[in-house]
Design a binder for this molecule. Structure first.
Ligand code: SF4
Length: 349
């Protein structure tokens, strides 16, 4: 399962590389203890994304030393891949609820967000990326984007590029994004800048692929400071996979329309639009969208209105074609094939 892959630590199976850097994070325990004192809390809920879950018990141990003995600490065992994915069950049943590893998708007092910035140096890999970017003398404009995890070094990235003659273009995308220059696996609005090239600083191959698909006219260079590698986003293989899924779904009669019940992944109107237009479409509600959970539904194809990464990254694992809402419109003949786009997600909840 990929989805928000910031913390997947990269898929190194086929690269022959090993992680160059260890990562350490500041869990901001003082901030949590302060909230516990202020609210006289008796229950604390801690939620970690998948790649950091193994650190949960140690953080709970450290917290236990700092809070009164009668405070119960609970770790969320629910899958978590993004700030869109809060454990609302645990949130409602605890006095202090802490979500680690993502920046807030929406301002709320109910959640303490601890972003866990990476301590990895970013300038050495940007230095290397200069060879792949167009030279500043010829093309000075460059867009700069990164993930929440490296956001603490955004100014350092900008300064580094400016010192080398670049005119760095940045913007804050929309409400789903907390910071200027931040991208999510489902939202690249921060890359809508007046520059023909964009430097993405971060790990994982999924973010920059979506970015390159959203902005096919831009040269997208990926500088991955964790795995220490520079690449250029290549969407060809990915597009072929998506065209394949759309083609396989073109004969489908019975459609399962998935509405995701995770707090930041619901696109009710999108799901309704499809249902209104298709008598052979059935609404299926679920939180975690997995191949196993869908296997027993007798459908010819599915359309997922939840996290776009499930469709694009995990699509081939489902027993029937799994499409994004835009791909569905193509498969049923409402839109031409050339309108195939990356599925992005805007708004919060
Ligand atoms: S919906 Fe967006 S923020 Fe949430 S897991 Fe998917 S890509 Fe990440």
């Amino acid at each position: 399962m990929s989805q928000e892959s910031e913390y997947s630590e990269g898929d190194l199976r086929n690269t022959g590389m090993s992680l160059k850097h260890d990562r350490e994070w500041d869990y901001e325990l003082e901030r949590i203890v302060e909230a516990v004192e202020e609210k006289d809390a008796k229950k604390i809920g801690l939620q970690f994304p998948e790649g950091l879950k193994r650190r949960g018990p140690k953080v709970a141990d450290d917290l236990r030393e700092l809070v009164p003995e009668d405070v119960t600490i609970m770790l969320s065992g629910q899958p978590c891949y993004g700030a869109c994915d809060l454990d609302t069950y645990l949130m409602k049943r605890t006095d202090v609820f802490v979500h680690f590893g993502h920046s807030p998708m929406k301002d709320t007092d109910k959640v303490i967000y601890v972003p866990l910035f990476s301590n990895v140096e970013v300038t050495p890999i940007i230095e290397e990326a200069l060879e792949t970017l167009e030279p500043a003398e010829e093309t000075p404009e460059v867009g700069l984007v990164t993930t929440a995890q490296h956001m603490n070094r955004f100014e350092e990235m900008r300064d580094f590029l400016e010192d080398r003659g670049y005119d760095v273009k940045t913007r804050r995308g929309d409400d789903r994004l907390t910071h200027e220059g931040q991208v999510l696996g489902c939202n690249y609005a921060s890359a809508d800048v007046p520059a023909d090239q964009v430097l993405y600083v971060g790990g994982g191959k999924f973010h920059p692929l979506g970015l390159a698909m959203e902005h096919p006219d831009k040269h997208v260079v990926i500088a991955d400071p964790v795995n220490n590698v520079v690449t250029v986003a290549d969407t060809e293989k990915f597009m072929k996979q998506r065209y394949g899924a759309v083609h396989r779904a073109m004969d489908a009669e019975k459609w399962g329309v998935i509405f995701c019940t995770k707090i930041g992944q619901g696109r009710w109107e999108k799901a309704q639009e499809i249902l209104e237009d298709n008598d052979d479409a059935y609404l299926i509600t679920m939180d975690e969208v997995t191949p196993d959970r869908l296997r027993n539904f007798d459908m010819d194809a599915f359309v997922n209105t939840g996290c776009p990464r499930i469709t694009t990254d995990d699509g081939p694992r489902f027993h029937k074609p799994m499409l994004t809402p835009g791909e569905y419109e193509i498969a049923v003949g409402n839109e031409p094939l050339e309108n195939l786009e990356f599925d992005t997600f805007h708004g919060t909840w």
